[in-house]
Design a protein around this ligand. Structure first.
Ligand SMILES: [Zn+2]
Length: 617
């Protein structure tokens, strides 16, 4: 089994080749466009590009408030966004890549409508790196800086609608070699890369900011699965794809690799003149035809265990705008009457062992569909499963298009080569995100935390909160104790959580620097008072306890009697009373002292005064 990952993440700020913001909404206007294929650098039209041409769709673009003539492809690109370039260099450094001497942008031909120009600008910044994992290093092949595509709004009746708001957002793509051993390892690797991604200050923390493609092969050709939206889906998606390919392997075995010959499409619209199926009635009324064709030897294979050969064919139909492809293993579900079924089978010439497919579409579509179906069956029976598939939100995969080849690149002559000098790399050294191990040792050395505390701060997504609090308040060991022990204890006692920071969960780890205090703003407020009032650690803890357990409002904390620490004079008075009683020693003085007062006190001062006052014996 071979698995590789491509992780894409967006940057916030400005777009890659114009000064539009990365954030915007729809402006109300729109325009239409059709895209046509052009040849790549080597003079050939790429497979995936040709396939889109067959689909022959029209595109409608919704203009957004964050788009200009560059997004419309009516003005050449502006110079590259330097911050985005620097981020790509920094992440390349973090992932041990060689940085290219020149960033050279290419045009990647994409005519599925996701670009107004018919191409996507992309440039390799780093290559030949690696990331450490528990199963050894996973090699990083390339790190590229590219433009994000349009955001798809809808697709129906051969027309796709897109918004320009996402087009041109800087996108960094990290691609690994197929060094990943299994689905669990894929998840681990994605998390490890995710750590560096989330460490970048300008990482765009929005829904859909991170997208993952998974490359997979178990010996039947490389499948590229596009758009795994959540980290946790990587494993589900791979598990589904493994099951799918195993099932197709079994089906292919039944035919010894020889493809069953798809029968001719036969028009059976007449059968349905008085049909009870409103779906078929409506389709015929709108001028569509119902046709059927025989698939020899495929009875009970269209729906095979959990897996469906029928779905393989339906995906092909769907991609050219044909909504319905039914098959004989599923006919009962469509509410067809026995009489209708018999007529369908008769028209198709179905034998016992055959399956029949029924397709509803306009006549010309059948001309396009038939060769695609034959090609698909042939490919499956030969177990040539290489293709581009889409990940679904439920953790499955669907056929998308043939794999793109190398024929879809040509140089972007509107953007000059950008030299990346040693000095340039040196100047942005501070941007390079640190590895988890480096962060741990820094926490231990710089903030004097224990290794366990350092690890817990990272694992509980508290690191960024810790760093931002410590930057302003400088009580590292207290802050760590508050975050890791005091708050969870209080939450448990109160049976209520503080506001959870769900965004931090996107990649399983959240390690941004300088992000907001949103998660623990209560603690920040209390720490603010502590700083003004020069509270010691025990007073601070008492304040948090009052707030969280006794519901004392923040505004009252400053003036609470018990939070005004005892003066040395007052401490001396209490101890004087205490020493007159019998059993008192350094071991129990703090406990006894606490019983004598509700107010905060500095235990060190208590011990000091006790030593002065204790009866010498
Ligand atoms: Zn723009």
């Amino acid at each position: 089994m071979k698995i590789g990952l491509e992780i894409h993440f967006q940057l916030k700020g400005n777009k890659l080749f114009c000064s539009c913001s990365t954030e915007g909404t729809e402006s109300g206007s729109s325009f239409r466009r059709k895209l046509t294929p052009v040849m790549g650098e080597m003079g050939k039209v790429d497979n995936a590009v040709e396939y889109e041409n067959i689909r022959n769709r029209e595109f409608l673009y919704h203009v957004s408030t964050n788009s200009c003539l560059v997004e419309k492809d009516e003005e050449p690109p502006h110079p590259v966004n330097i911050e985005a370039l620097n981020t790509a260099i920094a992440i390349s450094e973090a992932l041990n890549c060689k940085i290219l001497d020149y960033a050279s942008f290419m045009r990647k031909i994409v005519i599925d409508g996701s670009n107004t120009s018919g191409f996507q600008r992309t440039g390799i910044i780093g290559m030949d790196g690696y990331i450490e994992t528990s199963k050894g290093p996973v090699r990083i092949s390339t790190i590229t800086l590219e433009e994000d595509a349009c955001r798809k709004i809808s697709e129906k009746h051969g027309r796709a609608e897109y918004s320009l708001d996402r087009l041109g957002i800087p996108l960094i793509e990290i691609s690994t070699e197929p060094d990943i051993a299994d689905p669990d390892h894929a998840l681990e690797t994605a998390k490890a890369i995710g750590h560096f991604v989330m460490s970048m200050n300008n990482f765009r923390r929005e829904v859909d900011s991170i997208r993952q493609d998974v490359n997979f092969s178990m010996g039947f050709g490389r499948v590229e699965i596009k758009g795994v939206s959540k980290l946790s889906f990587i494993k589900d998606t791979l598990d589904y794809e493994i099951k799918r390919q195993k099932a197709l392997n079994e089906i292919s075995g039944k035919f010894s690799g020889r493809s069953p010959e798809l029968g001719k499409f036969i028009d059976i619209s007449d059968i349905f003149t008085n049909t009870g199926s409103s779906m078929i009635k409506k389709a015929i009324a709108s001028g569509k035809s119902v046709m059927c064709a025989r698939l020899p030897g495929c009875n009970h294979l269209m729906k095979y265990g959990n897996y469906r050969l029928g779905r393989e064919l339906a995906d092909v139909a769907k991609n050219i705008g044909i909504g319905g492809l039914m098959h004989s293993d599923e006919f009962p579900a469509y509410g067809l009457m026995d009489d209708e079924l018999n007529k369908i089978y008769q028209s198709a010439g179905k034998m016992d062992n055959d399956a029949v497919i029924v397709v509803i579409a306009d006549k010309p579509s059948f001309q396009i569909l038939r060769p695609l179906l034959i090609e698909r069956m042939d490919k499956i029976m030969k177990l040539d499963l290489a293709e581009t598939r889409a990940a679904t939100p439920s953790g499955e995969t669907r056929y998308l298009r043939p794999l793109a080849g190398k024929e879809r690149m040509y140089p972007e002559t509107d953007i000059p080569l950008i030299q990346i000098t040693e000095d340039h790399i040196e100047n942005i050294k501070d941007m390079v995100p640190k590895s988890i191990d480096e962060i741990k040792s820094e926490l231990v050395e710089k903030y004097k935390l224990s290794y366990v505390e350092a690890e817990s701060l990272i694992n509980t997504n508290m690191l960024s909160t810790f760093l931002s609090i410590v930057k302003d308040f400088n009580y590292p060991s207290t802050v760590s104790r508050i975050l890791l022990q005091i708050i969870p204890e209080f939450e448990k006692k109160r049976d209520k959580k503080l506001t959870p920071d769900e965004k931090a969960d996107i990649l399983g780890v959240a390690l941004s620097q300088g992000n907001s205090y949103s998660r623990n703003d209560t603690v920040i407020s209390i720490l603010g008072i502590a700083k003004r009032k020069h509270w010691d650690r025990s007073t601070l803890e008492m304040a948090i306890s009052l707030y969280m357990l006794d519901n004392i409002p923040l505004s009252e904390l400053e003036t609470r009697q018990e939070l005004i620490p005892l003066t040395e004079e007052e401490i001396r008075k209490v101890i004087t009373e205490l020493v007159s009683s019998a059993d008192i020693s350094e071991k129990n003085i703090i406990v006894l002292f606490r019983k004598k007062t509700v107010r905060a006190f500095d235990p060190k001062v208590v011990i000091k005064i006790f030593r002065e006052l204790k009866p010498s014996n």
